[in-house]
Design a binder for this molecule. Structure first.
Ligand code: ATP
Ligand code: MG
Length: 311
């Protein structure tokens, strides 16, 4: 039998919620980084999976006890309370982005999506936002699903120099290299609670690569939706999430491009931008909102790619 006294201080809460073998399992999870707050955000299905409940009702009861213990408030907030909430905003260093977007930068508590063709600067922008966050003393988790993150590259060095990222701040940067979408989901789910900014570059690529063919489209979108759902729960804790996406051609009379993540991405990301670089010979691009609350879709954000990031 597990005992409260044997558990490390930070996991003693487990015994207020669980007993017997479930408590044993919950202590293991707690040691892996599942704090009370994180565990209270799990769905009954996730709890059943992690703790081995056979009955849905038991998992639901556990979820209820966890939420109560964590003080998860199910009451509505008033508009007045919402207005008082001061979520942090980061200036990205892209001048027009910081002046034309509704929050004058990227705002915590939201998921941002950046879609575009290769070489438009999506990864560069994601790294840039990471650098700004690190310089501000924040913790960043960067998921490099395409294996394109080069730690020793001049780009990183230049970015860090531009935004004044100190040597100590580098220890606040966690790089994840998931081998597939399954591992990506597991890693996102097990993120340390004190991470402030989560970057997934690219979110869509592993799902597209693994679920090939039209008949797998539905399970692919379902799996991607689940990954986005976990991110959404983090944004409810006030974290900032950035995801990048490729584009796909829509065969119409005028060839147009749409985010490859499709409707799932459009509906779950809070602010979705398209990025385009009309000429690969030029280092200029433009960004526009595909779906950003409070922003007219004809707004254009022009940017320039330089050796130390976007301007
Ligand atoms: N130091 C530099 N000088 C000039 N151009 C650069 C420099 N660094 C990057 N670029 C350009 O910026 C582009 C941005 O690349 P980035 O990796 O951000 O694109 P991406 O949108 O993530 O593309 P992908 O879909 O392939 O991942 C590169 O293709 C390159 O042309
Ligand atoms: Mg990229």
């Amino acid at each position: 039998m597990p005992k409260r006294a044997n558990a490390p201080e930070e996991c003693r809460w487990v015994f207020d919620v669980f007993s017997g073998e479930k408590a044993e399992r919950a202590v293991e999870l707690c040691l892996r980084g599942y704090t009370l707050r994180k565990m209270a955000l799990l769905t009954p299905m996730e709890l059943a999976d992690l703790l081995g409940y056979d009955e849905v009702t038991d998992a639901e009861k556990a979820a209820r006890r966890l939420r109560e213990a964590a003080g998860v408030d199910s009451r509505p907030v008033t508009l007045a309370q919402l207005r008082q909430r001061q979520d942090r905003v980061l200036k990205t260093g892209v001048e027009e982005f910081d002046s034309k977007t509704p929050w004058r930068g990227v705002k915590f508590g939201l998921i941002y999506g950046f879609a575009g063709e290769y070489g438009t600067g999506k990864s560069l922008f994601a790294k840039q936002i990471s650098a700004v966050a690190l310089a501000g003393g924040l913790k960043v988790a960067y998921f490099d699903t395409e294996g394109t993150f080069d730690v020793d590259s001049a780009t990183i060095e230049n970015l860090f120099k531009r935004f004044g990222v100190s040597n100590e701040a580098v220890t606040q940067f966690y790089l994840y290299r998931p081998t597939d979408s399954f591992q990506l989901i597991e890693q996102i789910r097990e993120l340390p609670e004190d991470v402030d900014v989560i970057v997934v570059d690219s979110l869509v690529a592993p799902f597209r690569a693994e679920y090939r063919g039209r008949q797998l489209l539905a399970p692919r979108q379902q799996a991607m939706l689940y990954a986005l759902n976990i991110l959404q729960r983090y944004t409810r804790l006030g974290k900032l999430a950035i995801v990048t996406d490729q584009v796909m051609d829509v065969p119409t009379m005028f060839s147009t491009k749409r985010p490859a993540g499709g409707n799932v991405l459009l509906h779950t990301v809070h602010a979705l931008f398209m990025m385009e670089r009309p000429s690969k010979q030029k280092l200029k691009g433009k960004m526009w909102p595909l779906d950003v609350p409070g922003m007219s879709p004809d707004t254009e954000i022009e940017y320039e790619i330089r050796s130390d990031g976007l301007y």
